[in-house]
Design a protein around this ligand. Structure first.
Ligand code: ADP
Length: 299
């Protein structure tokens, strides 16, 4: 059953930028990946879902309740890790979590202590709990960000671009943490990194230019492109010509050489070989505006 329903959200900033152009999405419990390039409108959507900015138009429902009629109802059930998560330099991880727990309304001291300790354990920060958060590495900071977002056992967890800037090892630790959060709450992971969605999410959407341009399960979306993605290793200088004459959806550097991926029902030319589509093909195809999957995107 869908717990979160986003219904035709529009948002235009005072400078005239139309960041959300009628965004609609529904999702049940589990990890949902919102994938899109910088400027697509992901953070604008996340801030709106976190009730930090009202939309100009549109509605939001959580468990059937209309959120903007009484935002406090959702805020009590919400955990949010914003893109620019700042920390107060003077406090230790444990002190800061206690402080944030009080702000979240966890006033019972014993309950607060139990939650803070459990979250420090869960995010693997227990051994550094007395260290000041500003001394933490990027990965530790993001895990701390998850700890604060999980205070109060939220039913909706919003995580905005959490892995940007993390090295591969920190990213893996962060994935392990997120994947352990459980299937009993709604988790929205906003990212421009295809791998994040591939590794973590059973359900996803692609956002571009303030709109949802594709929606589905990663496996199904890849399957829909099966038999239509052709690849060829080419000279760098030739890429522009391939782009002009064929439906090139992506180019990649592999071992210092350029590979083009072309979407086509039949072989686009000599030297092309059919390959199994991956999530990058799905993503880049959605961004090029192709509605070639045989089905219209169901948003
Ligand atoms: P994403 O998170 O996908 O990178 P954003 O929601 O941050 O996308 O941005 C979408 C568009 O809205 C961009 O053009 C951005 O410059 C603009 N934008 C974002 N926040 C503001 C703001 N507070 N005021 C004006 N324009 C904004």
């Amino acid at each position: 059953m869908d717990r979160l329903r986003i219904d035709h959200l529009h948002k235009t900033y005072p400078n005239g930028v139309q960041a959300l152009k009628g965004v609609s999405l529904s999702m049940p419990n589990g990890m949902f990946g919102l994938l899109g390039p910088n400027g697509a409108g992901k953070s604008s959507l996340m801030r709106t879902l976190a009730t930090l900015q009202p939309p100009d138009q549109g509605k939001l429902y959580f468990d059937g309740l209309e959120v903007f009629k009484d935002p406090v109802l959702l805020r009590r059930q919400l955990g949010y890790l914003p893109q620019d998560f700042g920390v107060y330099p003077k406090f230790s991880a444990m002190e800061l979590l206690h402080h944030l727990a009080i702000l979240k309304g966890i006033t019972n001291k014993a309950e607060r202590k139990e939650q803070v300790m459990a979250l420090l354990e869960q995010t693997n920060l227990y051994s550094v709990r007395k260290q000041s958060v500003h001394t933490f590495s990027g990965g530790m900071r993001q895990r701390f960000g998850i700890a604060q977002a999980l205070l109060g056992n939220p039913q909706l967890l919003i995580v905005d671009e959490p892995t940007a800037g993390l090295d591969p090892m920190e990213r893996n630790r962060f994935y392990e943490l997120l994947s352990g959060i459980g299937e009993n709450i709604v988790v929205i992971l906003s990212t421009h990194i295809v791998e994040d969605v591939h590794d973590l999410c059973a359900d996803m959407a692609v956002m571009s230019g303030g709109q949802i341009v594709l929606r589905g399960k990663p496996g199904t979306l890849m399957q829909e492109l099966e038999g239509r993605i052709w690849r060829k290793t080419v000279h760098r200088e030739a890429v522009a010509e391939y782009r002009r004459s064929m439906n090139v959806i992506a180019t990649r550097m592999i071992g210092g050489r350029q590979q083009v991926h072309v979407l086509s029902d039949a072989s686009p030319g000599a030297g092309f070989e059919l390959c199994h589509p991956d999530l990058e093909d799905v993503y880049f195809n959605a961004l090029t505006g192709n509605r070639y999957t045989g089905k219209e995107a169901v948003c």
